[in-house]
Design a protein around this ligand. Structure first.
Ligand SMILES: Nc1ncnc2c1ncn2[C@@H]1O[C@H](COP(=O)(O)OP(=O)(O)OP(=O)(O)O)[C@@H](O)[C@H]1O
Ligand SMILES: [Mg+2]
Length: 287
């Protein structure tokens, strides 16, 4: 059972007028053979909302996203209820979930390295092409507006892009499918602070396009800055949830996820933290 911060607002009315949830997960459990990766996860996402899932390595964040997407590895077994606009989807194939508006940018980004940026984007719209959806290629103009850098590099091979550009392409490709819920697994992973800020600014601006976002992050500070609501996962359990502003002030979060000495301080999107190493002195005391 997770600890809900004492507030009048619920997961669905933070930052938005009250709305029916678009996605709900109820009592989701996932195991890989004998390894229990997720025990009893319940989350709610409202249309146009940004929800973040924060937690340390191995907490079960990717497992949660992959289970919602129906994309667990063969050894993964999920139980629990996932609903999209009230309809139960946990038995659906990935294809059916994508067609109905779910999108996932995996931690691995999964780009086609030897294809151009533009071809990678076009592949993102393949299902819409196959469904003979009229005007689906126009989506590419919208993606180029969101990420002008991708347009500049339209003919460049995806494998030659920088880390930040690759993340932009992975998000852009997912947007080509026109999702109503886009799940991003660690968009800041391995990126320099300046690029993290740029990516998260763009991610945050996507809310204007009415897509709901579920953003998984180890970089809790950055995630709580852009999200409306957050869930904290610890070794397979949701241990805390609440509006982002409240979570950011919660002593347990500050101590475990926002304090100096966090695992990946170099990825902080707000202020790059420089930790003095053992035996070093600060500027003030240096000779
Ligand atoms: N394919 C798998 N087979 C067996 N165990 C797995 C598999 N994938 C994940 N696990 C285990 O499930 C647990 C949750 O892993 P998961 O990848 O979901 O965590 P995470 O929060 O995304 O971590 P990270 O921040 O490192 O990406 C871990 O104990 C992990 O070792
Ligand atoms: Mg992960």
């Amino acid at each position: 059972m997770s600890d809900v911060l004492p507030l009048t607002s619920s997961p669905t009315d933070v930052g938005r007028p009250a709305a029916e949830p678009i996605l709900t997960v109820d009592g989701l459990q996932v195991s890989y053979g004998k390894v229990s990766a997720l025990r009893d996860a319940s989350i709610t996402v409202a249309p146009g909302q940004i929800v973040t899932i924060i937690g340390a390595n191995g907490a079960g964040k990717s497992t949660l996203l992959n289970a919602m997407m129906g994309a667990l590895p063969a050894t993964g077994r999920a139980e629990g209820i996932v609903r999209l606009r009230g309809e139960r989807i946990d038995g659906w194939s990935i294809e059916r979930r994508v067609t109905n508006g779910l999108g996932l940018v995996p931690e691995s980004r999964d780009l086609f390295a030897t294809m151009s940026v533009e071809d990678n984007l076009l592949l993102g719209g393949f299902r819409r092409y196959r469904a003979r959806e009229v005007g689906w290629t126009q989506e590419i103009e919208r993606v180029y507006q969101i990420f002008p850098r991708l347009q500049e590099r339209a003919r460049q091979l995806a494998g030659t892009l920088s880390g930040g550009e690759r993340q932009m392409l992975a998000i852009g490709r997912a947007l080509m499918a026109k999702p109503s819920i886009l799940m991003l697994d660690e968009p800041s992973l391995g990126l320099a602070p300046k690029i993290v800020r740029e990516i998260l600014r763009i991610v945050s601006s996507l809310r204007e396009t009415d897509v709901a976002l579920v953003v998984v992050e180890q970089n809790a500070r950055a995630a709580l800055q852009i999200a409306d609501y957050g869930y904290v996962l610890e070794t397979g359990d949701v241990i805390l949830q609440g509006p982002s502003g409240m979570l950011a002030q919660d002593p347990r979060i500050i101590e475990s996820y926002l304090g100096v000495g966090r695992k990946r301080p170099e990825m902080d999107a707000h202020t790059p933290i420089t930790l003095p190493g053992p035996g070093t002195t600060t500027e003030e005391t240096a000779p």
